[in-house]
Design a protein around this ligand. Sequence first.
Ligand code: ZN
Length: 110
Amino acid sequence: MDPKLVENARQTLEAERARIRLELSEEVEHPRVAHGAQTAAATEVSESQRGQQLRERERQHLVQIESALRRVDAGTFGLCQTCGKPIAPERLEALPWAQDCIDCHAKSRH
Ligand SMILES: [Zn+2]
């Protein structure tokens, strides 16, 4: 694995991790206060459900990022977690948190 690619990936992963952590902590520290008329209640419920789904996705993304950073530290970054072959550099540049190569990824979707 090209050390420069790994270093770039680490920087991307760390920046992404910081962004998501900030986003998640802001939601906790400054919850959107529901205010206004009762007629808006239905809208507010669906707004908050959307917010929860979004946070859930961000949390899952954070798990993927942290796992990728552990692989950077362990020196196994860029190896497919399914077949153990190196993941294509183009794929890692686009998705540094990718856990599997494009072949395994395609198979897992069927
Ligand atoms: Zn694979």
